[in-house]
Write a protein that binds this ligand. Structure first.
Ligand SMILES: [Zn+2]
Length: 263
């Protein structure tokens, strides 16, 4: 029994299956994460050739069979995003986003598995983030900060950023993943994992958490503030979800690797 379905998707990953076929890992707003086989992509006459590269958003016709793997039979590219591949840093941040989303949807170890509603949100966030990377190729770290805040919110583990999350104190002195957000000077010592958070990094996080992506990207912050904010959010996600992404090793802010800001 097979069924034909139609819908849009973003290509997260593509790999060879055999001499004639490739497997696409897709993010769909309707179905979440989907594996789809494409036949004949390597042939010059293939109707799918060039339309299902990573980063591409397309509309396609799929045949759902009895197995978990679907078959893509027709595709019309909506956004190819070839510009993403013209800048090395941009590819690195873009590849990291694809890897993050390939894991964030239906991730086995997720604190709260994504539901149908979340697929649409994930899809919108990824589309918006990839388009922003094209317009602002040097702002990968800012895009990541915005994306991580959104993903944490969907997963229900958004960090609390106003005042102390343990008492009534309005001034934050540091951050604790265990506490779930910023903590004041008095509560700082109550958590073993607490560490100081600079005001510029805190202000950046607060601004990004309430701003649309374009507005957030137009704001100006120091490289150190971006690095601290990004690291904090990544650690926050990792605290709840034991996640290792290979692509993070390639990430840079300017000429420095993102990891070097931690030292
Ligand atoms: Zn406190």
């Amino acid at each position: 029994m097979s069924e034909t379905v139609f819908g849009s998707a973003i290509v997260l990953h593509r790999r060879r299956l055999d001499d004639n076929s490739d497997v696409l890992l897709l993010l769909s707003p309707k179905w979440g994460r989907v594996n789809a086989v494409c036949s004949g992509l390597q042939k010059s006459g293939s109707a799918l050739r060039g339309k299902v590269e990573p980063f591409t958003e397309f509309e396609g016709l799929f045949v759902k069979g009895s197995g978990s793997m679907w078959r893509l039979t027709q595709a019309k590219a909506l956004r190819m995003r070839l510009e993403l591949c013209s800048d090395y840093n941009c590819i690195c941040w873009g590849s990291y986003l694809l890897e993050l989303f390939s894991r964030a949807v239906e991730g086995e170890d997720l604190p709260s598995p994504a539901s149908g509603l979340d697929y649409r949100l994930f899809y919108r966030i990824l589309n918006e983030a990839l388009d922003a990377l094209i317009c602002f190729p040097q702002k990968g770290v800012a895009v990541s900060v915005w994306v991580l805040l959104k993903v944490l919110k969907i997963l229900g583990i958004e960090p609390a950023l106003t005042g102390c999350c343990r008492c009534e104190e309005k001034t934050a002195a540091g951050f604790s993943h265990e506490a779930g957000g910023t903590v004041c000077r008095s509560c700082f010592g109550s958590y073993e994992d607490s560490y100081p958070l600079t005001l510029p990094a805190l202000e950046l996080l607060r601004y990004f958490s309430v701003s649309p992506l374009k507005k957030a990207l137009a704001s100006k912050h120091t490289a150190a503030a971006y690095a601290a904010a990004e690291r904090l959010l990544w650690r926050h996600l990792s605290e709840y979800w034991n996640l290792h992404l290979k692509s993070r090793a390639l990430l840079k802010i300017g000429e420095r690797s993102i990891a070097s800001f931690g030292n």
